[in-house]
Design a protein around this ligand. Sequence first.
Ligand code: P53
Length: 476
Amino acid sequence: MSGFNANFMWGGAVAAHQLEGGWQEGGKGVSVADVMTAGAHGIPREITPGVIPGKNYPNHEAIDFYHRYKDDIALFAEMGFKCFRTSIAWTRIFPLGDESLPNEAGLQFYDCLFDECLKHGIEPVITLSHFEMPYPLVTEYGGWRNRKLIDFFVRFAKVVFKRYQHKVKYWMTFNEINNQANFHEDFAPFTNSGLKYSPGEDREPVMFQAAHYELVASALAVKAGREINPSLKIGCMIAMCPIYPLTCAPNDMMMAMNAMHRRYWFTDVHVRGKYPQHLLNYFARRGFTLDITEEDKQALTQGCVDYIGFSYYMSFTTKATADNPQLDYDESTSLVSNPYVQKSDWGWQIDPVGLRYSLNWFWDHYQLPLFIVENGFGAIDVQQADGSVDDQYRIDYMAAHIREMKKAVVEDGVDLMGYTPWGCIDLVSAGTGEMKKRYGFIYVDKNNDGSGTLARHPKKSFAWYQQVIASNGEKL
Ligand code: P53
């Protein structure tokens, strides 16, 4: 093989809460993203108890895609997108999360959105839960620490599988389900699982319990999706930051292996339908007794995913330390800086080779088709008076990653379905809530404080990506 398959899925990726806005339109309910304020690099987003007047909630309006999606999709079509990854805002379909019947206005919005994509020959790729679960599921049920959420999620999944089965073939269940491995910070537990911890609470077993319920919900959704329409392809979605040892000291290597275990066991359960033994032994060593029933175990084996979707932005580095004789990985304290790579303005390590490594790692472990559903460079763009943006640094970042991606396919034989760069149009950053951390091929005139005309303008990378797609990845 000399390059990518003729049917390689080039496109772009977003998530509903980060671009739609229209937070109260069409009967939409309040999501966890609607109660998070804007932060910045080093300043965490505040998670407020409900929506508090006077605070800046950037997701409420976002970039107003809810009203402008036709124009935006036309721009994606101009770039030659074969597919477009977005999510269905759970709160448009079940505004409170626990209703028995869906909200028809919300369902209609996605009918129109998917029709618009299909009209342009763009295939929708849909995430079911992307950091935007209904907020009442947090306040009334405690988020995913509650087993009842399995039923609510599966109900939501069944409704949308049935409704859109002839418009959407490719699905993913939980976005970056493994982010919550970083459980000492407040962001991932809340965005992944609607978890708020009380002071002094032992966070780790709560995270494992919530993740377990999500994995069961994912498996039940996969099973239900196949029953509704066997041609659906339902994947998982993993945040891949491969973890390297700082040195070749044997304990650094072992630390890196343990870190990979602790961050990527989620994939084992999604793909193989059972827990890896190292994790069961860890639960025993730590004395965690989780609610994992025989029915759950059976459900897990019946809902293994069809493919692995993953994001790739950066690699991590770790090392063994004398105060950690068990070589346990703790994401908030175990990471160190890699002296061989540069960092973005937000401290994300830039490592294109790590993408080839990640593709091989997944392929060696699981032999399932892979889909890079996020990759990109969050940067400060400067718009000139004529509206143009010279984002050569973004082109350089992406070209380097696509080169490594091609090596993984051509030289290493990895089965790769497609590539959808993140934030193909500028949108609200998930991690910081900023607008100024931009990823797009299309500039959106909106600022951190909410000001701006919301006008769209193609950046230099727009024409570049157009040519990448037209040449099927040959012209970089
Ligand atoms: P932002 C952390 C590490 C890797 C990916 O992120 C992450 C995060 C969370 O910030 O999130 C994914 O906007 C996520 C998207 C997000 C994108 O990466 O913080 O799936 O929702 O926007 C980029 O720069």
